[in-house]
Design a protein around this ligand. Structure first.
Ligand SMILES: Cc1cc2nc3c(=O)[nH]c(=O)nc-3n(C[C@H](O)[C@H](O)[C@H](O)COP(=O)(O)OP(=O)(O)OC[C@H]3O[C@@H](n4cnc5c(N)ncnc54)[C@H](O)[C@@H]3O)c2cc1C
Length: 437
Protein backbone atom coordinates (compact mmCIF):
# COMPACT_ATOMS: atom_id res chain seq x y z
CA UNK A 1 0.00 0.00 0.00
CA UNK A 2 1.28 3.49 -0.84
CA UNK A 3 -0.24 6.33 1.13
CA UNK A 4 1.22 9.82 1.43
CA UNK A 5 -1.57 11.36 3.48
CA UNK A 6 -1.75 12.27 7.16
CA UNK A 7 -4.60 10.91 9.29
CA UNK A 8 -7.25 13.65 9.67
CA UNK A 9 -7.08 13.49 13.49
CA UNK A 10 -3.31 13.97 13.48
CA UNK A 11 -3.57 16.67 10.81
CA UNK A 12 -5.68 18.65 13.31
CA UNK A 13 -2.84 18.34 15.81
CA UNK A 14 -0.36 19.58 13.19
CA UNK A 15 -2.63 22.55 12.44
CA UNK A 16 -2.66 23.39 16.15
CA UNK A 17 1.16 23.10 16.30
CA UNK A 18 1.58 25.43 13.30
CA UNK A 19 -0.47 28.18 14.92
CA UNK A 20 0.99 27.63 18.40
CA UNK A 21 4.57 27.73 17.16
CA UNK A 22 4.06 30.87 15.09
CA UNK A 23 2.19 32.76 17.77
CA UNK A 24 3.74 31.54 21.02
CA UNK A 25 7.13 29.95 20.34
CA UNK A 26 8.67 32.06 17.56
CA UNK A 27 8.70 35.22 19.75
CA UNK A 28 10.86 33.42 22.36
CA UNK A 29 13.63 33.09 19.76
CA UNK A 30 13.60 36.82 19.18
CA UNK A 31 13.88 37.73 22.87
CA UNK A 32 15.90 34.91 24.46
CA UNK A 33 17.66 33.08 21.61
CA UNK A 34 20.20 31.32 23.85
CA UNK A 35 18.15 30.24 26.88
CA UNK A 36 16.42 27.20 25.44
CA UNK A 37 18.86 24.64 26.86
CA UNK A 38 19.33 26.21 30.29
CA UNK A 39 17.40 25.85 33.52
CA UNK A 40 15.10 28.89 33.22
CA UNK A 41 15.26 31.65 35.85
CA UNK A 42 11.89 32.26 37.63
CA UNK A 43 10.77 35.08 35.30
CA UNK A 44 11.36 32.90 32.23
CA UNK A 45 9.83 29.82 33.84
CA UNK A 46 6.62 31.85 34.18
CA UNK A 47 6.64 32.33 30.41
CA UNK A 48 7.60 28.84 29.24
CA UNK A 49 5.89 26.55 31.74
CA UNK A 50 2.38 27.47 30.51
CA UNK A 51 3.56 26.79 26.94
CA UNK A 52 4.89 23.35 27.91
CA UNK A 53 1.62 22.71 29.75
CA UNK A 54 -0.34 23.60 26.61
CA UNK A 55 1.72 21.07 24.65
CA UNK A 56 1.12 18.44 27.36
CA UNK A 57 -2.61 19.18 27.35
CA UNK A 58 -2.70 18.42 23.60
CA UNK A 59 -0.92 15.08 24.25
CA UNK A 60 2.09 16.22 22.23
CA UNK A 61 4.76 16.42 24.94
CA UNK A 62 8.01 14.40 24.59
CA UNK A 63 6.63 12.16 21.90
CA UNK A 64 10.03 10.79 20.77
CA UNK A 65 9.75 7.58 22.79
CA UNK A 66 7.02 5.06 22.21
CA UNK A 67 4.87 3.72 25.07
CA UNK A 68 6.99 0.54 25.13
CA UNK A 69 9.98 2.70 26.16
CA UNK A 70 8.12 4.72 28.78
CA UNK A 71 7.22 7.66 26.53
CA UNK A 72 3.96 8.63 24.89
CA UNK A 73 5.23 8.84 21.33
CA UNK A 74 3.40 7.94 18.18
CA UNK A 75 6.36 6.78 16.11
CA UNK A 76 9.00 8.32 13.90
CA UNK A 77 6.74 9.42 11.03
CA UNK A 78 4.60 11.59 13.28
CA UNK A 79 7.66 12.82 15.15
CA UNK A 80 9.10 13.86 11.77
CA UNK A 81 5.92 15.77 10.94
CA UNK A 82 6.14 17.58 14.27
CA UNK A 83 9.89 18.24 14.01
CA UNK A 84 9.37 19.75 10.59
CA UNK A 85 7.06 22.41 12.02
CA UNK A 86 8.83 23.23 15.27
CA UNK A 87 12.46 23.12 14.16
CA UNK A 88 12.87 26.46 12.43
CA UNK A 89 12.69 27.94 15.93
CA UNK A 90 15.39 27.08 18.46
CA UNK A 91 12.84 27.07 21.29
CA UNK A 92 10.49 24.71 19.43
CA UNK A 93 12.06 21.38 20.47
CA UNK A 94 12.41 22.51 24.12
CA UNK A 95 8.77 23.59 24.38
CA UNK A 96 7.72 20.21 22.92
CA UNK A 97 10.21 18.21 25.05
CA UNK A 98 12.06 16.81 22.02
CA UNK A 99 15.33 18.76 22.12
CA UNK A 100 18.67 17.24 21.17
CA UNK A 101 20.91 15.92 22.60
CA UNK A 102 18.34 14.89 25.22
CA UNK A 103 16.13 12.90 22.82
CA UNK A 104 19.00 10.62 21.79
CA UNK A 105 20.14 10.29 25.41
CA UNK A 106 16.61 9.42 26.54
CA UNK A 107 16.41 6.82 23.79
CA UNK A 108 19.49 4.91 24.95
CA UNK A 109 18.57 5.12 28.65
CA UNK A 110 15.13 3.77 27.71
CA UNK A 111 16.71 0.95 25.67
CA UNK A 112 19.65 0.01 27.88
CA UNK A 113 19.04 1.55 31.33
CA UNK A 114 18.22 -0.32 34.52
CA UNK A 115 14.91 0.49 36.27
CA UNK A 116 16.87 2.64 38.75
CA UNK A 117 18.69 4.52 35.95
CA UNK A 118 15.36 5.15 34.25
CA UNK A 119 13.86 6.48 37.49
CA UNK A 120 16.84 8.72 38.18
CA UNK A 121 17.66 10.01 34.69
CA UNK A 122 15.01 9.12 32.11
CA UNK A 123 11.88 10.25 33.91
CA UNK A 124 13.20 13.75 34.75
CA UNK A 125 14.44 14.04 31.13
CA UNK A 126 11.02 13.10 29.80
CA UNK A 127 9.39 15.49 32.27
CA UNK A 128 11.59 18.33 30.96
CA UNK A 129 13.02 18.93 34.42
CA UNK A 130 16.66 18.69 33.39
CA UNK A 131 19.05 18.66 30.44
CA UNK A 132 21.79 16.18 29.58
CA UNK A 133 24.94 15.97 27.45
CA UNK A 134 26.63 13.30 25.36
CA UNK A 135 30.41 13.14 25.71
CA UNK A 136 31.93 11.00 22.97
CA UNK A 137 34.11 13.01 20.56
CA UNK A 138 37.75 13.39 21.59
CA UNK A 139 40.22 16.13 20.65
CA UNK A 140 42.44 13.77 18.62
CA UNK A 141 39.57 12.07 16.75
CA UNK A 142 35.83 12.27 16.38
CA UNK A 143 34.88 10.56 13.14
CA UNK A 144 36.99 7.54 14.10
CA UNK A 145 35.74 6.14 17.42
CA UNK A 146 38.35 3.41 17.26
CA UNK A 147 40.91 6.12 18.03
CA UNK A 148 39.28 7.14 21.32
CA UNK A 149 41.57 7.12 24.38
CA UNK A 150 39.46 8.36 27.30
CA UNK A 151 39.44 5.30 29.57
CA UNK A 152 37.47 3.92 32.50
CA UNK A 153 39.33 1.58 34.83
CA UNK A 154 37.60 -0.64 37.39
CA UNK A 155 38.60 0.17 40.97
CA UNK A 156 36.77 -1.92 43.58
CA UNK A 157 33.06 -1.40 42.89
CA UNK A 158 33.72 1.85 41.03
CA UNK A 159 34.89 2.94 37.63
CA UNK A 160 37.46 5.73 37.34
CA UNK A 161 37.29 7.78 34.13
CA UNK A 162 40.36 9.63 32.86
CA UNK A 163 40.76 11.46 29.57
CA UNK A 164 39.47 14.32 27.42
CA UNK A 165 36.29 14.82 25.40
CA UNK A 166 35.76 17.63 22.88
CA UNK A 167 32.58 19.37 21.71
CA UNK A 168 30.36 18.01 24.48
CA UNK A 169 27.29 20.12 23.72
CA UNK A 170 25.53 21.80 26.63
CA UNK A 171 28.01 20.37 29.15
CA UNK A 172 27.56 23.42 31.34
CA UNK A 173 23.80 23.19 31.82
CA UNK A 174 23.51 19.42 31.75
CA UNK A 175 22.53 17.66 34.97
CA UNK A 176 24.40 14.56 33.79
CA UNK A 177 26.69 13.45 31.01
CA UNK A 178 26.71 10.20 29.09
CA UNK A 179 30.40 9.40 28.65
CA UNK A 180 31.84 6.81 26.29
CA UNK A 181 35.13 5.39 27.59
CA UNK A 182 37.53 2.58 26.77
CA UNK A 183 37.07 -0.21 29.34
CA UNK A 184 38.54 -3.16 27.47
CA UNK A 185 41.53 -1.96 25.43
CA UNK A 186 42.49 -5.48 24.33
CA UNK A 187 39.03 -6.52 23.14
CA UNK A 188 37.90 -6.55 19.49
CA UNK A 189 37.76 -2.98 18.10
CA UNK A 190 34.00 -2.54 18.51
CA UNK A 191 33.90 -4.07 21.98
CA UNK A 192 36.52 -1.88 23.65
CA UNK A 193 34.21 0.84 24.94
CA UNK A 194 31.40 1.23 27.47
CA UNK A 195 28.92 3.97 28.27
CA UNK A 196 28.57 5.70 31.67
CA UNK A 197 25.97 7.95 33.27
CA UNK A 198 27.89 10.62 35.16
CA UNK A 199 26.21 13.33 37.26
CA UNK A 200 27.61 16.74 36.23
CA UNK A 201 28.65 17.64 39.77
CA UNK A 202 30.87 14.53 40.18
CA UNK A 203 34.31 15.67 41.41
CA UNK A 204 37.05 15.71 38.76
CA UNK A 205 35.03 17.02 35.77
CA UNK A 206 36.97 20.02 34.48
CA UNK A 207 35.96 22.40 31.70
CA UNK A 208 39.23 23.11 29.88
CA UNK A 209 37.73 25.36 27.18
CA UNK A 210 34.17 26.59 26.85
CA UNK A 211 34.20 26.25 23.06
CA UNK A 212 31.16 27.66 21.25
CA UNK A 213 29.76 27.26 17.74
CA UNK A 214 31.16 29.90 15.36
CA UNK A 215 29.48 33.28 15.44
CA UNK A 216 27.63 32.55 18.68
CA UNK A 217 27.87 34.85 21.70
CA UNK A 218 29.24 34.03 25.15
CA UNK A 219 25.82 33.09 26.57
CA UNK A 220 25.11 30.54 23.80
CA UNK A 221 25.27 26.78 24.39
CA UNK A 222 28.80 25.50 25.02
CA UNK A 223 30.48 22.63 23.16
CA UNK A 224 33.21 22.25 25.71
CA UNK A 225 36.54 20.50 25.91
CA UNK A 226 36.11 18.49 29.09
CA UNK A 227 38.85 16.78 31.06
CA UNK A 228 37.82 13.81 33.20
CA UNK A 229 40.41 13.78 36.00
CA UNK A 230 39.96 10.40 37.64
CA UNK A 231 36.16 10.81 37.77
CA UNK A 232 34.78 8.11 40.06
CA UNK A 233 31.49 6.50 38.97
CA UNK A 234 29.82 3.70 40.93
CA UNK A 235 29.14 0.38 39.19
CA UNK A 236 25.47 1.45 38.82
CA UNK A 237 26.68 4.22 36.51
CA UNK A 238 27.47 1.76 33.71
CA UNK A 239 24.81 2.12 31.00
CA UNK A 240 24.08 -1.16 29.26
CA UNK A 241 26.60 -3.97 29.24
CA UNK A 242 30.34 -3.48 29.51
CA UNK A 243 31.94 -3.40 26.05
CA UNK A 244 28.74 -2.41 24.24
CA UNK A 245 29.42 1.33 24.11
CA UNK A 246 29.93 1.36 20.36
CA UNK A 247 26.62 -0.41 19.71
CA UNK A 248 24.79 1.95 22.12
CA UNK A 249 26.34 4.96 20.38
CA UNK A 250 25.12 3.65 17.02
CA UNK A 251 21.57 3.29 18.36
CA UNK A 252 21.71 6.80 19.76
CA UNK A 253 23.15 8.39 16.66
CA UNK A 254 20.82 6.57 14.27
CA UNK A 255 17.77 8.00 16.04
CA UNK A 256 19.39 11.40 16.43
CA UNK A 257 20.30 11.59 12.72
CA UNK A 258 16.75 11.03 11.48
CA UNK A 259 15.50 13.69 13.93
CA UNK A 260 18.17 16.08 12.63
CA UNK A 261 17.20 15.27 9.03
CA UNK A 262 13.60 16.30 9.64
CA UNK A 263 14.80 19.44 11.41
CA UNK A 264 16.76 20.18 8.22
CA UNK A 265 13.52 19.77 6.23
CA UNK A 266 11.73 22.24 8.52
CA UNK A 267 14.51 24.78 8.34
CA UNK A 268 14.74 24.48 4.54
CA UNK A 269 10.97 24.93 4.22
CA UNK A 270 11.17 28.03 6.39
CA UNK A 271 13.90 29.51 4.14
CA UNK A 272 11.97 28.47 1.03
CA UNK A 273 8.73 30.12 2.20
CA UNK A 274 10.63 33.35 2.80
CA UNK A 275 12.14 33.08 -0.71
CA UNK A 276 8.71 32.58 -2.31
CA UNK A 277 7.20 35.52 -0.47
CA UNK A 278 10.12 37.73 -1.48
CA UNK A 279 10.14 36.91 -5.21
CA UNK A 280 6.40 37.52 -5.40
CA UNK A 281 6.74 40.88 -3.58
CA UNK A 282 9.94 42.42 -4.90
CA UNK A 283 9.52 44.30 -8.15
CA UNK A 284 12.24 44.54 -10.82
CA UNK A 285 11.67 46.75 -13.88
CA UNK A 286 7.95 46.82 -13.21
CA UNK A 287 7.53 43.04 -12.76
CA UNK A 288 7.84 40.75 -9.77
CA UNK A 289 11.16 38.96 -9.37
CA UNK A 290 9.16 35.76 -9.78
CA UNK A 291 8.88 36.49 -13.52
CA UNK A 292 12.65 36.19 -14.05
CA UNK A 293 13.66 32.82 -15.47
CA UNK A 294 16.75 32.36 -13.30
CA UNK A 295 14.69 33.20 -10.23
CA UNK A 296 12.13 30.60 -11.35
CA UNK A 297 14.97 28.11 -11.65
CA UNK A 298 16.09 28.82 -8.07
CA UNK A 299 12.53 28.37 -6.76
CA UNK A 300 11.92 25.13 -8.68
CA UNK A 301 15.30 23.65 -7.67
CA UNK A 302 14.70 24.40 -4.00
CA UNK A 303 11.18 22.97 -4.17
CA UNK A 304 12.39 19.80 -5.87
CA UNK A 305 15.28 19.37 -3.45
CA UNK A 306 13.07 19.81 -0.39
CA UNK A 307 10.30 17.51 -1.63
CA UNK A 308 12.70 14.73 -2.65
CA UNK A 309 14.52 14.95 0.65
CA UNK A 310 11.33 15.15 2.70
CA UNK A 311 9.87 12.04 1.07
CA UNK A 312 13.13 10.21 1.55
CA UNK A 313 13.31 11.08 5.25
CA UNK A 314 9.64 10.19 5.75
CA UNK A 315 10.21 6.80 4.15
CA UNK A 316 13.19 6.16 6.43
CA UNK A 317 11.00 7.12 9.41
CA UNK A 318 8.23 4.85 8.13
CA UNK A 319 10.72 1.99 7.82
CA UNK A 320 11.74 2.48 11.48
CA UNK A 321 8.08 2.39 12.53
CA UNK A 322 7.22 -0.67 10.44
CA UNK A 323 10.41 -2.71 10.59
CA UNK A 324 12.61 -4.21 13.23
CA UNK A 325 14.38 -1.05 14.40
CA UNK A 326 17.64 0.10 12.87
CA UNK A 327 18.09 -2.72 10.38
CA UNK A 328 20.44 -2.43 7.44
CA UNK A 329 17.92 -0.71 5.14
CA UNK A 330 17.17 1.90 7.79
CA UNK A 331 20.86 2.51 8.54
CA UNK A 332 21.54 2.89 4.80
CA UNK A 333 18.77 5.46 4.40
CA UNK A 334 19.72 7.34 7.56
CA UNK A 335 23.31 7.62 6.29
CA UNK A 336 22.03 8.99 2.96
CA UNK A 337 19.63 11.37 4.76
CA UNK A 338 22.56 12.66 6.83
CA UNK A 339 24.53 13.39 3.64
CA UNK A 340 21.54 15.08 1.97
CA UNK A 341 20.66 17.18 5.02
CA UNK A 342 23.99 19.02 4.81
CA UNK A 343 23.44 19.67 1.11
CA UNK A 344 19.87 20.89 1.47
CA UNK A 345 20.66 23.12 4.46
CA UNK A 346 23.36 24.76 2.36
CA UNK A 347 21.63 25.00 -1.03
CA UNK A 348 18.14 26.11 0.00
CA UNK A 349 19.39 28.65 2.55
CA UNK A 350 21.88 30.04 0.05
CA UNK A 351 19.22 30.52 -2.66
CA UNK A 352 16.70 32.07 -0.27
CA UNK A 353 19.27 34.42 1.22
CA UNK A 354 20.57 35.38 -2.24
CA UNK A 355 17.08 36.17 -3.54
CA UNK A 356 16.69 38.69 -0.70
CA UNK A 357 19.77 40.65 -1.88
CA UNK A 358 21.50 42.80 0.74
CA UNK A 359 18.56 42.46 3.10
CA UNK A 360 19.13 38.69 3.10
CA UNK A 361 22.72 39.18 4.22
CA UNK A 362 21.76 41.64 6.93
CA UNK A 363 21.06 41.09 10.60
CA UNK A 364 17.44 42.05 9.91
CA UNK A 365 16.54 38.64 8.44
CA UNK A 366 16.92 35.19 10.04
CA UNK A 367 19.28 33.82 7.36
CA UNK A 368 22.56 34.55 9.16
CA UNK A 369 22.05 31.93 11.85
CA UNK A 370 20.68 29.41 9.33
CA UNK A 371 23.68 29.96 7.08
CA UNK A 372 26.12 29.44 9.94
CA UNK A 373 24.34 26.21 10.88
CA UNK A 374 24.50 24.78 7.35
CA UNK A 375 28.08 23.42 7.56
CA UNK A 376 27.27 21.96 10.98
CA UNK A 377 24.93 19.47 9.30
CA UNK A 378 27.96 18.05 7.55
CA UNK A 379 29.94 17.55 10.78
CA UNK A 380 27.80 16.77 13.83
CA UNK A 381 26.92 13.10 14.30
CA UNK A 382 29.84 12.29 11.98
CA UNK A 383 31.21 14.03 8.83
CA UNK A 384 29.55 13.65 5.43
CA UNK A 385 32.38 11.52 4.08
CA UNK A 386 32.00 8.81 6.73
CA UNK A 387 28.25 8.60 5.97
CA UNK A 388 28.91 8.45 2.24
CA UNK A 389 31.22 5.48 2.90
CA UNK A 390 28.79 3.83 5.32
CA UNK A 391 25.92 4.27 2.85
CA UNK A 392 27.96 2.87 -0.03
CA UNK A 393 28.92 -0.21 2.01
CA UNK A 394 25.26 -0.85 2.89
CA UNK A 395 24.03 -0.17 -0.65
CA UNK A 396 26.63 -2.50 -2.14
CA UNK A 397 25.66 -5.27 0.29
CA UNK A 398 22.52 -5.66 -1.82
CA UNK A 399 24.56 -6.30 -4.98
CA UNK A 400 26.88 -9.07 -6.21
CA UNK A 401 30.11 -8.94 -8.20
CA UNK A 402 29.93 -10.26 -11.80
CA UNK A 403 30.79 -13.97 -12.06
CA UNK A 404 33.29 -13.35 -14.92
CA UNK A 405 35.65 -10.54 -15.96
CA UNK A 406 32.91 -9.01 -18.07
CA UNK A 407 29.80 -7.25 -16.67
CA UNK A 408 26.61 -9.33 -16.65
CA UNK A 409 25.03 -6.64 -18.83
CA UNK A 410 27.81 -6.86 -21.48
CA UNK A 411 25.81 -6.56 -24.70
CA UNK A 412 27.55 -9.16 -26.93
CA UNK A 413 26.90 -12.03 -24.48
CA UNK A 414 23.34 -10.84 -23.85
CA UNK A 415 22.66 -10.66 -27.60
CA UNK A 416 24.02 -14.17 -27.99
CA UNK A 417 21.75 -15.41 -25.19
CA UNK A 418 18.76 -13.58 -26.72
CA UNK A 419 19.47 -15.23 -30.06
CA UNK A 420 19.53 -18.65 -28.39
CA UNK A 421 16.29 -17.88 -26.49
CA UNK A 422 14.38 -16.84 -29.63
CA UNK A 423 16.25 -19.00 -32.19
CA UNK A 424 13.01 -20.40 -33.68
CA UNK A 425 11.57 -16.92 -34.24
CA UNK A 426 14.85 -15.71 -35.66
CA UNK A 427 14.92 -18.67 -38.07
CA UNK A 428 11.33 -17.90 -39.21
CA UNK A 429 12.18 -14.21 -39.57
CA UNK A 430 15.23 -15.05 -41.70
CA UNK A 431 13.20 -17.44 -43.87
CA UNK A 432 10.46 -14.84 -44.39
CA UNK A 433 12.97 -12.13 -45.24
CA UNK A 434 14.74 -14.38 -47.75
CA UNK A 435 11.38 -15.14 -49.50
CA UNK A 436 10.61 -11.37 -49.67
CA UNK A 437 14.03 -10.55 -51.14
C1 LIG B 1 27.47 21.76 16.63
C2 LIG B 1 28.14 20.48 16.99
C3 LIG B 1 27.73 19.80 18.12
C4 LIG B 1 28.38 18.62 18.51
N1 LIG B 1 27.98 18.00 19.66
C5 LIG B 1 28.63 16.91 20.10
C6 LIG B 1 28.26 16.30 21.34
O1 LIG B 1 27.34 16.74 22.02
N2 LIG B 1 28.96 15.23 21.76
C7 LIG B 1 30.00 14.70 21.04
O2 LIG B 1 30.57 13.70 21.47
N3 LIG B 1 30.38 15.27 19.85
C8 LIG B 1 29.73 16.36 19.38
N4 LIG B 1 30.11 16.96 18.20
C9 LIG B 1 31.28 16.47 17.52
C10 LIG B 1 31.00 15.72 16.23
O3 LIG B 1 30.33 14.52 16.46
C11 LIG B 1 32.36 15.53 15.55
O4 LIG B 1 32.82 16.82 15.22
C12 LIG B 1 32.29 14.66 14.31
O5 LIG B 1 32.08 13.32 14.66
C13 LIG B 1 33.56 14.77 13.49
O6 LIG B 1 34.71 14.54 14.28
P1 LIG B 1 35.90 15.59 14.26
O7 LIG B 1 35.38 16.94 14.50
O8 LIG B 1 36.96 15.10 15.18
O9 LIG B 1 36.42 15.56 12.78
P2 LIG B 1 37.53 14.60 12.18
O10 LIG B 1 37.29 13.20 12.62
O11 LIG B 1 38.87 15.19 12.44
O12 LIG B 1 37.20 14.75 10.65
C14 LIG B 1 37.62 15.93 9.95
C15 LIG B 1 37.41 15.76 8.48
O13 LIG B 1 38.16 14.65 8.01
C16 LIG B 1 37.48 14.05 6.91
N5 LIG B 1 37.09 12.68 7.25
C17 LIG B 1 36.80 12.16 8.47
N6 LIG B 1 36.40 10.89 8.36
C18 LIG B 1 36.45 10.57 7.06
C19 LIG B 1 36.18 9.39 6.30
N7 LIG B 1 35.74 8.27 6.89
N8 LIG B 1 36.35 9.44 4.95
C20 LIG B 1 36.79 10.56 4.35
N9 LIG B 1 37.06 11.71 5.01
C21 LIG B 1 36.90 11.71 6.35
C22 LIG B 1 36.22 14.89 6.68
O14 LIG B 1 36.48 15.90 5.76
C23 LIG B 1 35.98 15.48 8.06
O15 LIG B 1 35.15 16.62 8.06
C24 LIG B 1 29.46 18.10 17.75
C25 LIG B 1 29.86 18.79 16.59
C26 LIG B 1 29.22 19.97 16.21
C27 LIG B 1 29.69 20.69 14.99
Amino acid sequence: MWDFSTEPEFEKQLEWIRTFVTEEVAPLDLLWPHHHHKQPPPWLKKVIDPLKDAVRARGLWACHLGPELGGQGFGQVKLCLINEIISPFSWGPTIFGVQGPDTGNAEIIAHYGTPEQKRRYLQPLLDGELFSAFSMTEPQGGADPLGFRCAAVADGDDWVITGEKFFTSNSEDAAFLIVMAVTDPDAAPHQRMSMFLVPRDTPGIETVRRTRYMGEPEEAMDHALIRYNGVRVPAEGLLGERGRGFEIAQTRLSGGRIHHAMRAVGQAEYAFDMACERVLSRVLRGRPLADQQLVQQAITESYAQIEQFRLFVMRAAWRIDHGDGYNHEVRRDIAVAKVLSARIAHDVTQRAMHLHGALGLSNEMPFGQMWLLAPGYGIWDGPTESHVSAAARLILREHEPAPTDLPTQWLPSRIEAARARYSDALAEQAAEESVRS
